[in-house]
Design a protein around this ligand. Structure first.
Ligand code: NDP
Length: 354
């Protein structure tokens, strides 16, 4: 089978490409320019000869942007969407998120009668309403983040990049389910969304410096591996939840393959943390992984890692929970340990000489 992956050069997407290719799928990736495919070719072209190809889709906000790309594929994973905190206007995030999503569904309707399933990378951002965090609440796939679009409606750019991003993901996912409802009789494929929490872990995509990391990995790198990060802030940083990028990639492939996943959203999350928890995990594992570290990681670099106040994360108050049982049950997701994510990220990032 052949699978189309949009935004193929992104952090999560390159792990998805690798997972699909390892499983024997043929893969077509979309990138915004040919230059962005060079690194992907270096990873996959020789190793998976004849199974890997890419096409340029320069502007996903154009309604017919994906018309050619969807031809002759059996499934689609739509991942292209802006995620960064440099977003300055609601339109800059919401237009590509919503129009890109609806556009790929329209192209699949017109030119993909053979397509069986479309999986959209949504987010916890489409589910979680931060609201009053002191009120205990468990979020499930039944929940929708109506708060973020309302805040953007009320405050425009003043809502800030994070809220704008959340609104873009909520509106894009909502638009996808609405499209499906409105076009029921005309389409052969079904729809699944994967809604991960913060995605962390080692990287396969092209990143030339730490500052060029994608947003979620950059936050982790700054807090956990940057020598001068502020100890105080780390212990108090509000609770976040994460999932390893390799588990997210596997979840996407399972979402594509699992019959019972059609028509479902899947909340994917490993556990909550404050950054101090990661500092503690790294200090705990360092003695046992010392001998396996890349040779270019110096002892002084390791000694300079922030330590914070050991155990201070335990005092963090968290009132919200995520119910991830549906993904466990239907997809059979197995999550990596926190230690594995920490070890592999540390080796990968520091091994690059950053
Ligand atoms: P990356 O920033 O690494 O990748 C984003 C991808 O989307 C890139 O291919 C990028 O292309 C493309 N893209 C961004 N903006 C546009 C645009 N305006 N038009 C066309 N393409 C665009 O991020 P991630 O891998 O983290 O994100 C991938 C998906 O996962 C997104 O849908 C994101 O919302 C979602 N997600 C991410 C989470 C995380 O914590 N990382 C958590 C939950 C969901 P280019 O390189 O050309 O900019």
């Amino acid at each position: 089978d052949k699978v189309l992956v949009s935004g193929a050069n992104g952090f999560i997407a390159v792990w998805v490409l690798q997972t699909l290719l390892e499983k024997g799928y043929s893969v077509r990736g979309t990138v915004r320019s040919a230059a962005k495919a060079a690194h992907l070719d270096s990873l996959f072209k020789a190793k998976y000869a004849g199974k890997w190809e890419w096409v340029v889709v320069a502007d996903i906000t154009q309604e017919d942007a994906f018309d050619e790309a969807v031809k002759s594929v059996d499934g689609i994973l739509h991942m292209a969407s802006p995620f960064n905190y440099e977003i300055t206007s609601p339109e800059a995030a919401i237009q590509p998120a919503v129009q890109g999503t609806v556009g790929i569904l329209k192209s699949a309707t017109k030119f993909g009668p053979q397509i069986k399933r479309i999986v959209i990378t949504s987010s916890i951002a489409a589910i979680l309403e931060i609201g009053d965090m002191s009120v205990p609440r468990t979020f499930t796939e039944e929940d929708w983040n109506n708060q973020a679009p309302a805040l953007v409606e009320a405050h425009g750019a003043g809502a800030g990049p994070l809220v704008i991003y959340c609104a873009s993901k909520m509106l894009a996912e909502k638009a996808a389910w609405d499209y499906l409802k409105d076009n029921k009789g005309r389409i052969a494929w079904d729809l699944t969304t994967v809604n991960p929490s913060f995605v962390l872990g080692p990287i396969l995509h092209e990143v030339k410096s730490a500052e060029a990391l994608n947003q979620s990995a950059l936050d982790w790198y700054r807090a956990v591996l940057t020598p001068d990060s502020s100890d105080e802030k780390l212990a108090r940083e509000p609770s976040n939840s994460y999932v390893d990028v390799r588990d997210v990639a596997t979840a996407h492939v399972l979402a594509l393959e699992t019959e019972a996943a059609g028509g479902e959203r899947f909340l994917i999350s490993r556990s909550f943390y404050v950054y101090q928890d990661w500092l503690d995990v790294i200090q705990n594992i360092l003695p046992s992984i010392q001998g396996t570290l890349p040779a270019n990681i110096s002892a002084s670099r390791l000694a300079a890692l922030p330590k914070g106040v050991r155990g201070a994360g335990k005092a963090a108050v968290r009132s919200i929970e995520f119910d991830v049982r549906k993904a466990d049950k239907v997809l059979g997701i197995k999550y990596r340990s926190v230690e594995e994510t920490a070890e592999d990220s540390l080796k990968d990032y520091l091994g690059r000489g950053w």
